[in-house]
Design a binder for this molecule. Structure first.
Ligand SMILES: *Cc1c(COP(=O)(O)O)cnc(C)c1O
Length: 385
């Protein structure tokens, strides 16, 4: 695709015609994908340039060694930006690990749960269920509440946690069902370490991240491309299991190695770093939360004003990241999806297991995209009403 002369091995400065290729206008205007998902335009721009010539090194980001000062700076900045944006204390370490959030379903119990011990779980959907299944391979898992009866359209809030539980695991945002724990202070009453899968709402709202003993998130929803996890762990909870942990699975080894135990997903970490920089430039988590609140309000206010569309999640549990809704008439659903497509909107179709519609409004989605979608919904509703 790129002219041969763009190979940075052969030239030091990348000729402008390479950048001409990068200026290709994107035909998709509004990206509501659930993950991998939209990233800031500036990030795409910078990452594209770095594929040709990273930091004027004459090398692509894809071909530099992970133990070079060039990459060390990337890893250091990425980790320190997470610390800064989350206001983490010195007990909390930040790691960038392989494997996606699904690997953490296993890695968390391997590091935290003895075979004869109990971990407590809130069952709020598919991802929580998968985390429970893995924990059972390494110890006991007790489901303290479940939204299964409501098809996970609401979050059960009345439950107890056994005092003997080694930790309580929650999924802060349920990507498929469009529900989200809104009041995280609910967990303060239980005197057990809190572990959270924050894959789809990490860094989207200003919360006390320090109260979590462990947070994990696949990067591809709100922070970067697929291929890397962010793990935030309070080091005081480690070293308490009796099993032998395989080297690569042991968080302590990754902490000691500064998240460079083996070759990390270099490009994925780099793009995360760019997105974190962007977020800092926007004013950080508190500032992006305001934007996210405004987008969610615009979306849900519109949804509730148009009887042809129906929200799926219980109002009080609605996610500000992923909104799910349906129409009673399947033919109309198809018509609306086609209409979205015609307007350059992608990612409006619901998860394959849930049907209907789902629109994801992650940090990088501009308010204008929500405006365009809600305008289209209104127009459609008027035509059909
Ligand atoms: C997408 C998602 C996962 C799975 O992430 P992978 O990186 O594909 O393993 C887990 N939990 C939640 C909440 C998710 O949204």
């Amino acid at each position: 695709m790129f002219p041969e002369s763009c190979n940075p091995h052969r030239i030091f400065a990348v000729p402008t015609k390479c950048f001409d290729v990068l200026q290709t206008k994107r035909s998709v205007v509004h990206n509501f994908n659930a993950g991998p998902s939209i990233l800031p335009e500036e990030v795409f721009d910078e990452a594209s340039r770095s594929i040709l010539n990273f930091n004027n090194s004459g090398l692509s980001i894809l071909e530099i060694g992970h133990r070079t000062p060039l990459f060390q700076q990337v890893m250091d900045e990425a980790r320190s930006l997470v610390k800064e944006l989350m206001h983490l204390d010195s007990d909390h370490e930040v790691l960038f690990l392989h494997g996606g959030a699904s690997t953490q379903f296993m890695q968390v119990p391997v590091n935290l749960l003895n075979e004869n011990e109990l971990a407590a779980f809130t069952d709020t959907g598919v991802w929580a269920t998968k985390a429970i299944k893995e924990a059972k391979l390494f110890g006991h898992a007790e489901i303290v509440c479940s939204g299964k009866e409501s098809n996970y359209t609401s979050i059960p809030k009345k439950f107890q946690v056994p005092a003997t539980a080694r930790y309580l695991h929650i999924t802060t945002n349920n990507t498929i069902y469009g529900t989200q724990w809104q009041d995280l202070s609910l967990f303060d009453q239980f005197n057990v370490p809190l572990v959270a899968d924050m894959s789809s709402d990490i860094l989207s709202r200003d919360i006390d991240f320090n109260k979590f003993s462990l947070i994990y998130a696949g990067a591809q929803k709100n922070i970067g491309p697929a291929g890397v996890n962010i793990v935030v762990v309070n080091k005081n909870i480690l070293g308490k299991v009796s099993r032998t942990i395989p080297t690569i699975m042991d968080y302590r080894n990754h902490i000691e190695a500064g998240s460079l135990l083996n070759t990390p997903p270099v490009f994925a970490v780099y793009v995360c770093m760019l997105t974190l920089r962007w977020l800092k430039g926007k004013g950080g988590v508190a500032a992006i939360e305001k934007v996210n609140n405004a987008k969610a309000k615009l979306f849900y206010d519109t949804l509730d004003s148009l009887p042809v569309f129906k929200g799926k999640a219980a109002k009080e549990d609605r996610s500000k990241m992923n909104a799910t809704f349906i129409m009673d008439d399947g033919a109309l659903e198809k018509e609306f999806l086609d209409l979205c497509k015609g307007e350059g909107m992608v990612g409006v179709k619901g998860h394959r297991s849930a049907g209907g519609f789902r629109v994801s409004m992650y940090n990088a989605l501009p308010v204008e995209s929500v405006k365009a979608l809600t305008d289209l919904m209104k127009e459609f509703a008027h035509k059909k009403g």
